[in-house]
Design a protein around this ligand. Structure first.
Ligand code: ADP
Length: 233
């Protein structure tokens, strides 16, 4: 479903070449959740940017359902992001003057869905992530964790085939982290989504089908989280 084939992206800074992504090959199948660990500067954002058709690689391909998305026109790339991709970013971008429901439904409005059906769809999803009592609230009335859940509902609202999640639990306490990981796990399996989860959170291991570590742009199998998992005394 989501296939990286020998993806390379280097940056030249003066005389130095930074190997941001250095020959990454990785498959994420339908219904699979793959976790990607990596220290800061290891190339995670660059890799996600390439998979989101925001950045063009120097070489290699990223195939989504057999179609290479690294060579799309800017219009086709925007359409791919709108219709096929759910991107859950670290940054929380909510409209302060709009309700939680409206904020969650923005992507559906952008796709041309009418307000009533769009709001009903996201209201059900907001309830499923514990925000049923917050539907009419404004973003400033929510905790950081609640705001991130609104962003996640927005990303999942269009029923994407591919989900790219960049530290989605970074702002959440441990209980909410588990809820979000469970949500990602269940929608991934139930809807046959290919989910690539970039995370530092050792809790994510339990929810992923496979784990990889990115170091200096190269992929290694297995999880080597920056924060070691707690060991029994
Ligand atoms: P991560 O998301 O894991 O922190 P990045 O993908 O942001 O890693 O960065 C990987 C490497 O590429 C870093 O050394 C970073 O400084 C470099 N890099 C990222 N974007 C650019 C850019 N636009 N120009 C130059 N170097 C960049």
């Amino acid at each position: 479903m989501l296939e990286f084939r020998r993806v390379v992206k280097h940056y030249a800074i003066g005389n130095e070449v930074v190997h941001a992504v250095d020959g990454v090959s990785l498959d994420v199948g339908a219904g699979e959740l793959v976790a990607l660990y990596g220290p800061s500067g290891s190339g995670k954002s660059t890799l996600l940017g390439i998979a989101a058709a925001i950045l063009a690689p120097d070489s290699g391909e990223v195939c989504v359902n057999g179609r290479d998305i690294t060579r799309l026109s800017s219009r086709a790339a925007a359409d791919y992001r709108m219709r096929e991709l759910g991107f859950i970013a670290q940054s929380i971008e909510l409209l302060e003057g709009a309700s939680v429901v409206t904020n969650a439904a923005l992507k559906l409005y952008g796709m041309g869905m009418r307000v009533g059906p769009a709001n009903r769809r996201v209201a059900m999803m907001l309830e499923a992530v514990g925000l049923g009592h917050r539907l009419k609230h404004r973003p400033h009335e929510l905790s950081m964790g609640e705001r991130q859940r609104v962003m996640i509902v927005r990303a999942l609202s269009t029923e994407p085939r591919i989900v790219l999640a960049d530290e989605p639990t970074g702002a959440l306490d441990s209980e909410r982290t588990v809820e979000v990981l469970e949500l990602l796990r269940s929608v991934t399996s139930e809807r046959g989504i290919a989910t690539l989860l970039v995370t530092h959170d050792p809790q994510a291991v339990a929810y992923a089908d496979r784990q990889y570590t990115l170091r200096d742009g190269a992929l290694a199998e297995g999880a080597q989280p920056a924060v070691p998992a707690r060991t029994a005394p």
